[in-house]
Design a protein around this ligand. Structure first.
Ligand SMILES: [Zn+2]
Length: 136
């Protein structure tokens, strides 16, 4: 599928930055016991996800921007639906939106952070795609 080759797909669906096929996190972002813990290596291409200790601390800067994007999106939806008439209501809706999406915001922030440092490798992606042993 063509969509699977885009960086956006890889970030939104939390895939490996190098092959864009392997899972990036140990579990679903909403599984709170393992919340947003990044795997040691890509299960498909064996890329080491963490190049140094506390590598993903920097993703907090990214999560700030992602959080703003979610807040703006929530406000836009209120505007379109015509419910943006009271500042208190806007504030409450934005807080609820951030609370609901907070695990996913953290997860895609880590994925974006990883995509800054690891390049997509089409050769490796083709290799793991053709290797049936690594298919999930
Ligand atoms: Zn991979």
């Amino acid at each position: 599928m063509m969509l699977q080759k885009t960086m956006l797909y890889s970030i939104l669906f939390l895939k490996c930055p190098q092959c864009r096929q392997g899972e990036f996190l140990e579990a679903h972002p909403y599984k709170f016991s393992k919340m947003n813990s990044v795997r040691e290596r890509c299960p498909k291409c064996n890329l080491k996800y963490s190049i140094e200790p506390s590598f993903y601390t920097g993703s907090m800067y990214v999560s700030y921007g992602v959080g703003i994007a979610f807040a703006v999106a929530a406000y836009m939806i209120l505007l379109i639906l015509g419910f943006a008439d009271s500042p208190l209501r806007i504030f409450i809706i934005i807080v609820i939106t951030l609370a609901v999406f907070f695990p996913y915001i953290g997860a895609i922030s880590k994925a974006i952070w990883a995509h800054f440092f690891f390049k997509y490798d089409p050769v490796k992606a083709q290799e793991v795609k053709n290797d049936s042993r690594t298919s999930q």
